[in-house]
Write a protein that binds this ligand. Structure first.
Ligand SMILES: [Zn+2]
Length: 431
């Protein structure tokens, strides 16, 4: 059902069609100035229409492809809601800046707070799903219960919306715990899996100013990308106004992503625009002497990690927070000149030669001390056995999701032993 709305036309055909349609151009040039009462708003610079069937897995943290963004373009995503207490504030902040985002909602939260899901729709945001119960074991789960989690989450959010078309075929796996069976099933349903390009660690017990620092640092490193945030977190609510203000001040532009439909063709793009973002020339120069014959990220790219303030904690060097950070290091790596400039090698061919990490299973699930589960909920990530929550229990679910999804008291997942033992290396292109 969810994939049935997608156009059956191929991208190149759409491109030709789209170029001739004024509506297509209009859809991609929504003006940031159109924010009544807020002339200085960040705004949403354009709408990107994507076809999940053509690009089933995106996000450079885990996959070969990510959204075809230009330099200084940012896509905001929020997970785990809705939780009215904080999600409503996130909506107000986004509305004040006329910023459109994508929300990955949880089925149980939608059941408990259907009004919260409808508010997302009414505000014009894209709505995806994030399973029914937010299990952090999708990578270990048999296919059948994993499918059930996906299907139930979609059904719950659709029921809250009362309108199937209002739900985008976008999905984010809890904890980014990818698995072949999960990915294959979602692809068969025409649902696009969204990993991310960088998180802001807002699920950890860190200050809102730290969330801001991490978000801006990682964005500056990449120059563009999909930012992963959580609308259920108070620290995210506190950090968001400053993040949006700084995005505007630094010249970043917000891109709103929506799914293609039979009436709304995908934005014309070239395949290489979906490949891992090349390092910007500015970043490369800042770390290494400029090299002629600049070649974008490929198999002959050497990682050149640089130390920064986020790499230090209490005077000790701490590796980046993500153990899945090879893509980030590659992205700011130093490209080497090719031995011969011809024949040109396609980016697709290059990608088959490199491997991308996926997060360790424990990335969102490491605990150093026992934690008391909220009443009515299991003390682990196995929410699947729980009954439909009352409002109080769902609040507990939010806390548990928050706790399961991160805890500042945990071992920093990026510590070297975790990096070396926790990664699964997956051939790019196979994912
Ligand atoms: Zn989540």
């Amino acid at each position: 059902m969810i994939g049935s709305v997608l156009a059956g036309v191929r991208t190149r055909q759409r491109a030709a069609l789209c170029l001739g349609l004024l509506t297509c151009i209009t859809a991609q040039t929504a003006s940031a100035a159109d924010c009544p009462g807020h002339p200085d708003a960040l705004g949403t610079s354009r709408t990107l229409v994507v076809d999940p069937r053509e690009h089933p897995r995106i996000g450079s943290m885990q996959y070969a492809e990510t959204l075809p963004l230009g330099d200084h373009e940012v896509v905001l995503t929020f997970d785990d809601g809705p939780l009215p207490r904080n999600s409503n504030q996130v909506l107000d902040i986004l509305a004040s800046q006329c910023v459109k985002a994508t929300f990955f909602t949880i089925g149980r939260m939608a059941q408990a707070y259907p009004e919260g899901v409808r508010k997302l729709r009414d505000a014009g945001h894209s709505i995806g799903t994030h399973t029914q119960n937010h299990p952090l074991s999708m990578n270990r789960m048999p296919v059948e219960p994993a499918r059930q989690e996906i299907d139930d989450g979609i059904a719950s959010v659709k029921a809250a919306l009362g309108d199937d078309a209002a739900l985008a075929p976008f999905f984010r796996i809890p904890g980014l715990s990818r698995a072949d069976g999960v990915e294959d099933y979602l692809a068969s349903q025409g649902i696009q899996i969204w990993s991310a390009d960088f998180p802001a660690d807002d699920w950890r017990h860190i200050s809102s100013s730290r969330v801001y620092d991490i978000a801006m640092k990682r964005l500056e490193d990449k120059g563009r990308g999909i930012l992963l945030l959580h609308d259920i977190q108070a620290r995210t609510v506190a950090a968001l106004p400053r993040i949006l203000h700084e995005l505007k001040a630094r010249g970043y532009r917000i891109v709103h992503v929506v799914p293609a439909t039979s009436e709304r063709p995908a934005t014309p793009t070239e395949p290489q625009q979906w490949q891992l973002h090349p390092p910007s020339e500015t970043v490369a120069i800042s770390h290494w002497p400029k090299i002629p014959n600049f070649v974008f990220a490929g198999a002959d790219t050497l990682p050149a990690p640089s130390l920064s303030d986020s790499d230090w904690h209490d005077g000790r060097l701490v590796p980046p927070a993500e153990p899945f950070d090879r893509a980030r290091r590659l992205a700011r790596g130093v490209p080497l000149p090719r031995e011969a400039p011809w024949p040109r090698q396609s980016p697709l061919a290059l990608d088959s030669a490199i491997a991308l990490p996926v997060p360790a299973e424990s990335i969102f699930d490491i605990q150093e001390k026992p934690r008391t589960a909220p009443r009515g909920l299991a003390p682990s990530s196995h929410h699947a056995e729980q009954t439909i929550p009352t409002g109080r229990e769902t609040d507990g679910l939010a806390r548990l999701i928050s706790a399961d999804a991160g805890d500042s008291s945990r071992v920093i997942p990026g510590s070297l032993p975790v990096v070396e033992t926790g990664l699964q290396r997956v051939p790019v292109g196979a994912r």
